[in-house]
Design a protein around this ligand. Structure first.
Ligand SMILES: CC(=O)[C@@H](O)[C@H](O)COP(=O)(O)O
Length: 259
């Protein structure tokens, strides 16, 4: 069942439904091992962390096997549409990718998305030929608008970036999945493996995370746990869970009972 189950984004097929970030690791070696253990195929990198003006200097990209992973440059740290658009164009000119994770943040305390600026940036970038994966709030209306603009997926937050609170509003995520046809990828707020499994059991197409892995006491082991959780959650979703009931049903059949 799981073998033929691919994640498809803008016509590109992926076996893994887990996407991981590259920030907050103790060192590059630890990051490389965690990426490997996660089984992820899509790796997101903050454009501002890549030395795009001088590729002769040490860069995060020196440590990532770009033949093995699909790079998803992100616009972390951008607070206006203009800034995010410029960042994506710079990334593309530097040969990074035109597959982008669009982040336009509203404030430094919550790091919640500024959806007005996000919609503006998405419209321009889609017209510019980018494949846009926007990080957004868990708002079905905004997700639908992003889809209508031509975004290749929507990435509603589970909880604030780095909070580890898990999926705070599973009902909104469910409505988003009913509202759009593009893949729904929960991005941000995952704290531990069960959060990732819940996202997948809800029927999400994928999960993107960074802090839960990089900030764990053993990031490489946590990356493996996330790999298993995303696969287990997906398999459980495809298998069809039993309905919840208030009262008991005996597990042992009564037929053939010794009188
Ligand atoms: C790496 C990245 O793109 C983050 O901005 C992302 O939203 C992940 O959030 P967490 O660190 O909460 O997993």
């Amino acid at each position: 069942m799981a073998e033929n189950d691919k994640l498809v984004i803008a016509g590109r097929e992926f076996n893994s439904r887990l996407m991981v970030g590259t920030g907050k690791y103790a060192n590059y070696q630890q990051m490389v091992q965690a990426l490997e253990a996660s089984g992820a195929e899509i790796i997101t990198v903050a454009v501002r962390r890549v030395n795009i003006s001088d590729r002769n200097k040490e860069s995060l990209l020196d440590y990532i096997d770009t033949k093995k992973y699909t790079l998803l440059p992100n616009t972390a740290g951008c607070y206006t549409a203009e800034d995010a658009i410029r960042t994506c164009r710079l990334a593309r000119e530097a040969g990074l990718s035109d597959f982008v994770k669009l982040e336009v943040l509203g404030d430094e305390k919550t790091l919640f998305p500024d959806n007005e600026e996000l919609l503006k940036a998405a419209a321009v970038l889609v017209k510019d030929g980018f494949t846009v994966l926007p990080y957004t709030s868990d708002d079905p209306i905004v997700c639908k608008r992003l889809e209508d603009l031509g975004c290749a997926a929507v990435m509603p937050l589970g909880a604030p970036i780095g909070s580890g609170l898990g999926i705070r509003n599973p009902f909104n995520i469910q409505i988003i999945m009913e509202s759009v046809k593009v893949p729904v990828i929960v991005d941000a707020g995952v704290g531990t493996a069960s959060d990732a499994a819940i996202a997948m059991e809800l029927g999400c197409d994928g999960v993107l995370m960074n802090t839960a892995i990089a900030g764990a006491q053993n990031p490489v082991a946590m990356a493996e746990a996330m790999n298993l959780a995303v696969r287990a959650g997906r398999l459980a979703y495809l298998s069809g869970r039993i309905p919840r009931k208030l009262y008991a049903t005996a597990s042992s059949p009564l037929a053939g009972l010794v009188a």
